[in-house]
Design a protein around this ligand. Sequence first.
Ligand code: PLP
Length: 387
Amino acid sequence: MSKANKTVYLDNAATTKMSGAVLKAVMPYITESYGNPSSIYEMGQRNRRAITKAREQVAAALNCPPAEIYFTASGTESNNWALHNSRRVITSEFEHHAILHAVKGDVTLLPVYDNGIVKVEDLEKALEENPDTDLVTVMAVNNEIATIQPIAEIGALIADWNKKNAEAGRGQCLFHTDAVQAIGNIPIDVQAMNIDLLSISAHKLHGMKGVGALYVRKGVNLPPFILGGGQERGFRAGTENVAGIVGFGVAIEEAVRDIEKKNAELIKKRERIYNDVMKIKRVRLNGDLEKRLCGSLNFSFEGIEGEALLLQLNMKDIAASSGSACTSGSLEPSHVLLALGLPHEIAHGSLRISMSRNTTDEEIDYFLEHLPPIVEKLREMSPVWED
Ligand SMILES: *Cc1c(COP(=O)(O)O)cnc(C)c1O
């Protein structure tokens, strides 16, 4: 067996393996350098400087000044914070639950159609119908089907809309994007894309779990999220996760380096998977084929339960997902696939494959060797399957 008895890990949208450089960078901060960054002695101040450096690294990756970056404990927390002050919100039907379950006030949901992409014209119409909207939040890349949203176009539309608001003496509308799945996979530039608020998470880009960040453009009036000490300039209190933050800086620097080169490799693997899987009968790709991450695919197999498929793959030591990790274990089909208009029984039989820069051709070979017989076996066992 060529995969050397290692798990074939095709679930990088759920979390990623910490990179060697991140591990090396964080080690001193979880061993010898344990001082509190608010303390005045050298071990504390050294840790404060390490946080400053990480803030610069994150800011450079997003193209903003370091003062616009606030560290949090997760992508979920960043999303919750971004929504904290809003009363009238426009978002999409297939956001992560960290948006959909956290959003307050009056909410308009934009449709995502069968290709899994928001239409800018729909947003324009929704703004005109709801001129008091104070926040638009649309994810940059969907976490289940990996479709890329027109973030630059949405940013430009809202910038124009705000010019009209200013002339009419109305309040401004902020633009937030959940970019947790986007950073490191597609280029993101908060200035060029007119983004006011942006959420990211370290563990989705080969950093540690339990650390995220929120970009808050200067001039945006967002209230503090957690009250206590003066950490994060009084906006997000609590002693800093120094090691996690240091690792985040290194991870994001690595992640945004050579995106094109990494994507050129990933797209070859993706095409191989796509071509092979589509040879299986009665299978469909979920989400647009072109406007998607180079390393990710989501399929539905007629006549198959996603959970059963995952268990069979697990017996072959292949780790994949049927949607977001947060919804697995529930019997409800994914809200993302239902938003695409899929019938329940097809939404149930879905498989998400998400690669990373660590994925090898041998892993793909192994997966492609084992998937078709598993699908066939499950269909044979199904009382409802008819050829
Ligand atoms: C993983 C994920 C989150 C949550 O991030 P955590 O750091 O795990 O809380 C939010 N949004 C998207 C799109 C994600 O993929």
